[in-house]
Ligand binder design. Structure first.
Ligand SMILES: CCCCCCCCCCCCCCCC(=O)SCCNC(=O)CCNC(=O)[C@H](O)C(C)(C)COP(=O)(O)OP(=O)(O)OC[C@H]1O[C@@H](n2cnc3c(N)ncnc32)[C@H](O)[C@@H]1OP(=O)(O)O
Length: 142
């Protein structure tokens, strides 16, 4: 049975350890400005507006940005458990194009912790339709 602490407030991001983070800093002028909140004991959620600034092919969100959104969701899910860890492995499935000028939903869930390796899953949805999925493994540096 996984034993982890639950976030006591809505804010899950310890910004002092990464003040200029591209994903979640409000001070980074080209950052994504993500804000995650806990929605269940091992789950966090945020929304993201797919601005044209972040496109790859025409009218599609860039795959690298999609990967960053999923990675950030899982990182913040760990923050919500009081865990500060690094992405050791990230696997993304790009199921559907993510259109521009939409407000998409990001969610991540902690699945397990075994031998110091945290396994998480994340998804991007628009109106309940899954657009991208990811699984990742995180480790705390020695
Ligand atoms: C420096 C500052 C730190 C601050 C900490 C908090 C920072 C919070 C701020 C976050 C801000 C936002 C961040 C967003 C998320 C990123 O973007 S993180 C940035 C991208 N990721 C990185 O830069 C990570 C780079 N890699 C590393 O630093 C190291 O490889 C790691 C991940 C820390 C692991 O190194 P290590 O601790 O030396 O571990 P290692 O000996 O390689 O492996 C330990 C065990 O795990 C196993 N393992 C390792 N990887 C895997 C894997 N993928 N699958 C299965 N098993 C694995 C190994 O086989 C080994 O098993 P045993 O032999 O012990 O049985």
């Amino acid at each position: 049975m996984l034993q982890i602490q639950h976030a006591s407030s809505q804010e899950v991001c310890p910004s002092d350890i990464h003040p200029n983070c591209f994903a979640c800093s409000t001070d980074n002028p080209i950052g994504l400005g993500l804000r995650f909140i806990p929605i269940a004991p091992r789950k966090v959620q945020a929304t993201f507006y797919t601005r044209a600034l972040f496109q790859g092919y025409s009218n599609r969100l860039h795959g690298g940005i999609i990967s960053t959104l999923l990675d950030a969701a899982m990182t913040h899910c760990l923050f919500s458990q009081g865990v500060e860890a690094l992405t050791a492995e990230l696997k993304v499935r790009f199921l559907e194009p993510v259109e521009l000028d939409k407000r998409v939903l990001l969610e991540a869930e902690l699945i397990s912790k075994r031998k110091g390796i945290y396994t998480l899953e994340a998804q991007i949805t628009l109106e309940q339709k899954r657009l991208a999925l990811a699984t990742a493994k995180f480790l705390c540096p020695k």
